[in-house]
Design a binder for this molecule. Structure first.
Ligand SMILES: *Cc1c(COP(=O)(O)O)cnc(C)c1O
Length: 411
């Protein structure tokens, strides 16, 4: 089976599920037993695969990890309780005090917060405009170990110079981490631009229904861990392609304990089966809504940010890399209009944080997710006081355009 969706819906069956069940069942046992004590020791010592303790391994979680690995065409994946846990644990496990990271400045706000914490605790993080590879190249020092970017940034939809940064990382021997949450492996596989590790928040498009938290990191098998000095002696065993991901699971997940539960893994697996169907609909809805907003008079809409609009600075990059342009857009309401009145007039789009839900969600950015950072950072990030982010759902598209039209008329 080659197709993206076929591989997901038939994934559990490939592993011979108990009793011929077509879904991997929810295994809620924390511990796993062995008839022979030698076997218990062999699993502990990594000489034999198997399950020991639920903080690091669980069969239901493994079934989801296999699906994500297939989606990303990777080597192996490790799941976590949230997307933030996936990012934090990956960096915790692979980096040490004094190491330098070059990161995109256009990041999910909580990732910026995490990187600022890491920076205070001994890592050095440089934030650069990663839409141009030159800015990344100029920030590299002798201590740089990793480059971290997102695909489409939230909320202003900048697209990193993904391909050129991949080439730069390959030349300089750097770990290239791509947070693929906004595109999902259906629109984009970071393997195609030479990424080493991919992060996905499972909370967003992959689960899709806004009712479960999760995160994952996937090893793509492109980075030479044999030359990376931060791998501990215990994990320098077997195929060096797996050294990094093994250290993330065995050291990172053990030390920090941000494990995904079996029930959450099961819920995410169910959602993941329809990722392609939902994403197609959400992207086409977002394109229609972006064009609709773009056509509004400047007395209603000041600017629209969506990579599927030809005037977007990375329109061509989006077409080349993703084909479509994702399901997040943002727009600046005209200063003549009252932000709160407009938002309150919307009937279909829900006023809520989160993104990647089947339901369309709207949020005023400066007053909520970018409130804590203050006006200076907002100005640097190009976040106007009237900026509204829309996470476009799977509703019938006329209901969305009608909703925005009536909100303009009523506010
Ligand atoms: C939401 C999000 C995260 C964090 O995921 P959680 O599951 O909410 O912890 C990380 N990166 C991006 C791009 C996100 O949108």
């Amino acid at each position: 089976m080659k197709g993206f969706t076929s591989k997901i819906v038939h994934s559990d069956r490939q592993q011979a599920v108990e009793h011929g069940a077509v879904h991997k069942p929810v295994h809620d046992s924390v511990a796993f037993s062995f008839e022979d004590a030698h076997e218990l020791a062999a699993v502990f010592q990594g000489k034999q695969p198997g399950y020991t303790y639920g903080r690091q391994v669980n069969p239901t979680v493994t079934a989801l990890e296999n699906k994500i690995t297939a989606m990303e065409q990777g080597v192996a994946s490790v799941c976590f309780g949230t997307g933030m846990a996936a990012i934090g644990t990956t960096m915790f496990a692979l980096l040490r005090a004094g190491d330098h990271v070059v990161s995109s400045a256009f990041l999910f706000g909580n990732t910026t917060s995490l990187f600022n914490s890491f920076d205070r605790q001994g890592l050095n993080i440089s934030f650069v405009d990663a839409t141009n590879v030159d800015n990344v190249a100029n920030a590299i020092t002798a201590e740089t170990k990793m480059v971290f970017v997102e695909t489409i940034a939230n909320p202003r939809t900048q697209i990193a110079d993904l391909k050129a940064i991949g080439e730069l990382c390959r030349q300089r021997g750097l770990i290239y981490v791509v947070d693929n949450t906004m595109t999902s492996p259906y629109l984009f596989q970071p393997r195609s631009v030479g990424a080493s590790l991919v992060i996905n928040s499972l909370t967003k498009y992959i689960s899709g229904h806004g009712n479960v938290l999760g995160g994952v990191v996937t090893e793509l098998g492109t980075y030479d861990w044999g030359a990376f000095q931060n791998i501990y002696a215990d994990y320098r065993k077997g195929d060096s392609v797996r050294w990094g991901i093994t250290q993330i699971r065995k050291k990172g997940l053990r030390d920090l304990g941000a494990a995904l539960t079996a029930q959450s893994a099961h819920d995410i697996s169910k959602g993941a089966e329809t990722l392609a169907l939902r994403m197609e609909r959400q992207c086409s809805n977002a394109q229609v809504l972006a064009e609709f907003l773009q056509q509004q008079p400047s007395s209603s809409v000041e600017a629209v940010y969506y990579p599927g609009l030809p005037q977007h600075p990375q329109y061509q990059r989006s077409q080349d890399l993703f084909g479509r342009s994702g399901a997040i857009l943002s727009f600046e309401l005209s200063a003549d209009r009252d932000l709160w009145q407009f938002l309150n007039a919307l009937q279909v789009a829900i006023k809520s944080t989160n993104l990647g839900d089947n339901r369309s969600l709207v949020i005023p950015v400066a007053q909520t997710i970018y409130h804590e950072v203050g006006p200076k950072v907002r100005a640097d990030m190009g976040i106007a006081d009237t900026l509204i982010r829309v996470s476009v759902g799977i509703e019938d598209v006329e209901d969305l355009t009608d909703d925005f039209a009536q909100a303009f008329a009523r506010s």
